[in-house]
Design a protein around this ligand. Structure first.
Ligand code: AMP
Ligand code: GLY
Length: 426
């Protein structure tokens, strides 16, 4: 098989790496990929943009690509799947109608309310004045969300009225363009966040191992939100009992609700959950794609060939697949970020020590790098240094032994990834 992966982050490096482990996969192409995918055997980067649907389609048809896997949400929300399918290609990733579940929080909230999926109480506004009155009558903490895609920056968990009002003003001032035509104002939930990524063919839906990520930039989960500074799986917080309830109350209900809307959703449905100390949960958000960096800790533990699962989704025969097989043990990843991230940062710094990190037993997925004779930084999140072990302690030790070998000017990483399950820091 020949597979084309669309995207350029750590998630796409992990997807390409995993797909290439199968004897059935002859070659992987990445659009545009990164320095990590460029270094994989039997993997080639193509210098096309992820929104060049026609260019991607022409290449895939000429090359005889058997499966196209879409990583990021933006091309999904723009309809890449609809376009490539119309050209006769097989695509893993929902169509534009399905991608609304991530691309519009108003749409997703309505679906959750209609389908009785547990979620935070909320209200929707298209003007600032009533939004502010609602905030004043409910008090803080309160959560303000721009409706559309905002690259992870559209949510404010406000602890003061000023912050909440300022977040509403920023959205209606047009900070997020059309993504900010509506705001969702939501009750603030507390507890532990768990990411449940599930494979679906539009009829059957099966979860992958539950993961947790650390979204904040600072140790102790403080400071600004980021795309994710580290992750681990399988999280012990998501017990078998909890996962059974998630299957019934979230995954099955969502797929049934999508079907009722005549949406044929094939790909990953990612439910971000908040779990309180009593084991009750509510959905914080849905994503229409693999999580990043959750994918980097889930796929190393997957034993069933990934392309078989993806094809079963695309060909709508997931129900006939045997149960998904997993390796015993645990996986953890630590993100090496550029100094200044998630604010402004510089790119183009020379990265050293990857081979030494691998020699120390870590697996290094590239998140924002380019190979230009030398390997240089090319994003806020640069590397995902990953450990796979018999337990969390071993996995985290390998990840940290690896990251200590790596260097680039301004490099920053958190030393407390996994602090929820291990009570020490590295
Ligand atoms: P979202 O873009 O909806 O994933 O939100 C980003 C992050 O904001 C989540 O991962 C949570 O950490 C936080 N968040 C979102 N909704 C809520 C909520 N209702 N209560 C508390 N935190 C939230
Ligand atoms: N790690 C969070 C996300 O992928 O949205």
């Amino acid at each position: 098989m020949k597979i084309l992966v669309v995207g350029s982050g750590g998630r796409e490096h992990a997807l390409a790496w995993k797909l290439l482990q199968s004897s059935q996969v002859e070659q992987v192409f990445c659009v545009p990929g990164n320095g990590g995918t460029a270094s994989l055997n039997r993997c080639q980067n193509l210098s096309k943009s992820v929104d060049d649907f026609e260019g991607i389609s022409n290449f895939a048809l000429q090359e005889g690509i058997d499966l196209v896997v879409i990583g990021p949400e933006v091309p999904l929300a723009q309809g890449i799947t609809d376009y490539l399918q119309s050209q006769g290609l097989k695509v893993f990733g929902p169509n534009k109608a399905g991608a609304q579940i991530e691309a519009s929080k108003v749409w997703a909230k309505t679906l959750m309310q209609e389908a009785n999926i547990p979620t935070a109480n909320s209200a929707v506004f298209n003007r600032a004045a009533p939004a502010k009155s609602y905030i004043k009558s409910h008090g803080v903490p309160i959560v303000i969300k721009a409706d559309g895609l905002a690259a992870g920056k559209g949510v404010t968990v406000a602890t003061t009225l000023n912050q909440a009002v300022e977040a509403v003003d920023a959205i209606f001032r047009g900070q997020f363009g059309r993504a900010g035509e509506f705001v969702v104002i939501e009750e603030c939930l507390t507890g532990q966040e768990v990411s449940v990524l599930a494979l679906t063919d539009g009829l059957t839906i099966r979860p992958l191992l539950p993961a947790q990520d650390h979204k904040r930039i600072g140790e102790g989960d403080t400071g600004e939100n980021t795309g994710g500074m580290g992750a681990y799986a399988p999280t012990p917080i998501a017990t078998v009992n909890l996962m059974e309830r998630v299957q019934k109350q979230v995954l099955n209900r969502t797929i049934n609700a999508l079907r009722a809307k005549k949406i044929d959703y094939r790909g990953i449905l990612y439910a971000g959950l908040m779990i309180n100390p009593n084991g009750e949960f509510k959905v914080l958000e849905f994503n229409c794609r693999f999580g990043d960096p959750e994918t980097q800790v889930i796929l190393p533990l997957l034993e069933t060939p990934l392309e078989e699962l993806m094809l079963a989704c695309v060909e709508q025969r997931l129900e006939q697949m045997p149960p998904i097989a997993w390796k015993q043990g645990a996986c953890a990843t630590v993100v090496a970020a550029s100094g200044g991230y998630p604010g402004t940062y510089e790119k183009g710094k020379v990265i050293t020590g990857i081979a030494a990190a691998q020699a120390a037993g870590a697996n290094v997925f590239h998140a924002g790098t380019t190979l230009n004779q030398q390997l240089i930084t090319d994003g806020g999140r640069v590397l995902n240094v990953t450990g796979i072990g018999e337990n969390f302690e071993q996995a985290l030790r390998l990840a940290y032994a690896g990251i200590e070998q790596i260097d680039f000017e301004g490099m920053y990483y958190r030393r407390d990834i996994g602090h929820g399950i291990l009570d020490f820091r590295f």
